[in-house]
Design a protein around this ligand. Structure first.
Ligand code: NAD
Ligand code: ZN
Ligand code: ZN
Length: 351
């Protein structure tokens, strides 16, 4: 059910955005199902794009009429993480969570505050967001593609480019080939990996992954995916493995299928409290690297425009990525389709 709520005017350093499109990402589903925590009530939606309608006092980064991609980590630019170049981990953003940067909310109903997922809250016709979370593109790309650049593109492509730093000629395995996993595959292709092994439990996802650059596929529902990836890589395992579903089991599989001196990058967000056990001796003797990646280690204000350029120059296939469009009142259907294992990404479209 879609409800009307009150939205305040943008305060200093904030912007009112008319949402054009919002992506259907699994991260929202984690909050809906209690696999992740958010202060409630909350408006979800963190993969979005729109048009700036109005700016609050002191805003200089964008102006009314700009087409903007929204970042779910609006970086302050002043904290230790920001100053070290890790604006995707901004300390002020993390400390204020689903509140605006001043610790209050702009969404209310019946005298009660409503929280903003990622300070984006784009499963709504309008959103008030910090100006640093608005990345103007004015590239004229369609809103559904722009929305993808708000999460799954920088997360997936960034995981290969900025987190793992995939080397040309290397072998890659991607465990989970949904919206984000397909972007990991595209990133690996862009970085000239020699072998890109798609791993999923659904044959439809595996077939679809071929469109984006996967060279091999492994169905984890049929047989142990670790053994299958090892078979495809001459017994070594893949140089870079990416976990892009979010479970202890897939984290462990991604670790186990990684080659000597390889890197395991965990993108998926497992349910709260999940713990994956890894072989502590293998980690040392085989010099593996195990790391997580948040937002693909991408710096929104500089890397999102790069993703737009990569799409415009034909290096990222976002046209085939967005396969389903819904209206806001079809949002439950959109998440139902994700549960049913429909391929590619869905987008909620607004007029
Ligand atoms: N790190 C970040 O910053 C970040 C950003 C966005 C999303 N995420 C997380 O990434 C994950 C993927 O998101 P998405 O939107 O692509 O989800 P999705 O539902 O579109 O894709 C998940 C895929 O995993 C497959 N899968 C399920 N079980 C599997 C198994 N045992 N082995 C192999 N594949 C399996 C599914 O069939 C599906 O194709 C989620 O956990 C999401 O929260 C993380
Ligand atoms: Zn997301
Ligand atoms: Zn910061």
């Amino acid at each position: 059910m879609v409800e009307d709520v009150d939205l305040d005017e943008p305060k200093a350093g904030e912007v009112l955005v008319k949402i054009g499109a919002a992506g259907v990402c699994r991260s929202d589903r984690h909050f809906m199902h209690g696999d992740a925590n958010i202060a409630l009530p909350a408006v979800l939606g963190h993969e979005g794009a729109g048009t700036v309608e109005k700016v609050g006092p002191g805003v200089t980064l964008t102006k009314p009429g700009d087409q903007v991609i929204l970042s779910f980590v609006p970086a302050c630019g002043r904290c230790k993480s920001c100053l070290e170049g890790n604006s995707n981990l901004c300390d002020l953003h993390m400390a204020t969570g689903p509140f605006m940067l001043d610790g209050t909310t702009r969404l209310h109903k019946g005298g009660k505050d409503i929280h903003h997922m990622g300070k984006v809250a784009c499963f709504a016709e309008y959103a008030v967001v910090p100006e640093t979370g608005c990345i103007p593109t004015n590239s004229g790309i369609s809103m559904d593609k722009a929305a993808m650049i708000g999460c799954c593109v920088p997360t997936g492509v960034g995981a290969t480019m900025f987190s793992a730093k995939v080397q040309p000629g290397s072998t890659v395995a991607v465990v989970g080939c949904g919206g984000v996993g397909l972007n990991v595959i595209m990133g690996a292709k862009l970085l000239n990996a020699s072998q890109i092994i798609a791993v999923d439990i659904r044959e439809s996802q595996l077939e679809f992954a071929m469109k984006f650059g996967a060279t091999h596929s492994v169905n984890a529902a049929d047989r142990d995916p670790v053994a299958q990836v090892k078979e495809l890589t001459g017994g070594r395992g893949a140089d870079y493995t990416f976990e892009v579903f979010g479970s202890a089991e897939t984290v462990k599989a991604s670790y186990d299928m990684c080659a000597k001196s390889g890197t395991v990058t965990v993108v998926g967000i497992a349910p709260m409290g999940a713990e994956a056990s890894i072989n502590a001796v293998d980690l040392v003797r085989n010099e593996k690297t195990l790391r997580g990646t948040y937002y693909g280690s991408a710096r929104g204000r500089t890397d999102m425009p790069t993703m737009v350029d990569l799409y415009l120059s034909g290096r990222l296939n976002l046209d085939d990525l967005v396969v389903r469009h819904y209206s806001l009142d079809q949002i439950n259907e959109a998440y139902g389709d994700m549960d049913e294992g429909e391929v590619g990404r869905g987008a909620i479209m607004f007029n």
